[in-house]
Write a protein that binds this ligand. Structure first.
Ligand code: SF4
Length: 340
């Protein structure tokens, strides 16, 4: 059963590559998030938040300021204070309700978390990528699965909301190790998970490996299948899966060399899951019998699939002509129900 996401108005603040001395094989933060020569200043943060709040207008949604890119808690303390302090008036005036940031698991300890709490940060997303040490080592992440377990312990004790970012298609990762990662993450009970298919971007070490034929990216089809499986498994365990895939943008598209990139990756995954549900429903009824299926009215295109991919597949399986489709706003998004 899909878990309900919180409706938030998210204001993104990018701090590309700041605070991170590491060099993960897949990383080229400067390209992906539009690296600026000058680091983001408190004034830039303030201006960004003001601009987005003006754009938001009177919409009644909680506002969350989210720091993306880099490893926030790896920044010098003064720098962290500078970026967070500027947000205090927004929180006091209740123009912003939540602060979120992302960081590495090995950059979380009690002292760092105490600083975040002082500035009312409520959500921390950890770049975990995999729970298999050999996979993390091949990606040159510079941390282990044990660091993840420890970071979650500290964040949980502090009452933080915890997100975990995972990657699909890492070197050395197999279906078996991916499955183990998913189960280990479920055991850690984060509040949410974010899934990224691994892309090869220019000027990364992975790009060199790819050019030498040492790294073969996942196909889009395979990445969708794996992400769909992960999403389903996490949601069965009551863990919500938030926006999948990297945000489309000119910098990413300009630097992208290879990999399962699609601007609507999450929608492809959602379509795949609706196709699977439909096939499972057909498995419950006698062959040749027709069925009335009901979906949420906002899922019409997702159900049919991009470029009608699901319709075509169901036609190939001789199932499409047996379906009468209806819609009902009471059916949860992403769900296919059989009308009896
Ligand atoms: S930890 Fe994050 S910012 Fe640092 S190199 Fe790796 S992916 Fe890039």
């Amino acid at each position: 059963m899909p878990t309900k996401a919180k409706a938030l108005f998210v204001i993104p603040v990018f701090i590309p590559h700041e605070g991170c001395p590491h060099c993960c094989v897949f990383c080229n933060q400067r390209r992906i998030s539009g690296y600026r020569e000058k680091p983001v200043t408190a004034q830039t943060v303030q201006k960004t938040v003001e601009t987005w709040l003006d754009r938001k207008g009177p919409v009644q949604r909680k506002v969350q300021v989210a720091f993306y890119g880099g490893s926030f808690t790896g920044l010098p303390q003064e720098r962290q204070r500078e970026l967070l302090e500027i947000l205090a008036p927004f929180l006091e005036q209740e123009r912003v309700q939540e602060l979120r940031l992302s960081t590495r698991p090995d950059y979380i300890d009690q002292e760092r978390v105490a600083l975040l709490q002082r500035y009312q940060v409520s959500t921390v997303e950890l770049g975990v990528q995999s729970m298999k040490d050999q996979v993390l080592a091949l990606a040159k992440r510079g941390h282990t699965a044990a660091d993840v377990v420890q970071a979650i312990l500290v964040l949980r004790q502090a009452g933080m909301e915890i997100g975990i970012q995972l990657m699909l298609g890492l070197q050395g990762d197999t279906q078996a190790t991916l499955r183990q990662t998913v189960e280990q993450v479920i055991a850690l009970q984060p509040d949410f998970v974010r899934i990224y298919p691994l892309l090869v971007v220019q000027q990364s070490e992975l790009a060199e490996q790819y050019k030498r034929g040492k790294y073969v990216p996942l196909s889009l089809e395979k990445a969708v299948v794996l992400a769909a499986w992960m999403k389903e498994r996490f949601e069965q365990a009551g863990i919500r899966v938030v926006r999948m895939g990297l945000q489309a943008g000119p910098e990413l598209e300009a630097s992208l060399l290879a990999g399962p990139w699609h601007p609507a990756f999450g929608e492809l995954v959602a379509s795949r899951l609706m196709l699977q549900q439909t096939r499972r429903l057909f498995a419950q009824i006698p062959v040749q019998e027709s069925v009335q299926l009901c979906i949420n009215e906002r899922d019409q295109s997702v159900f049919r699939g991009m470029k009608l991919a699901n319709v075509k597949r169901l036609q190939q399986l001789d199932l499409w002509q047996r379906i009468t489709l209806s819609t009902n706003s009471a059916v949860p998004r992403g769900t296919v129900r059989m009308v009896l």
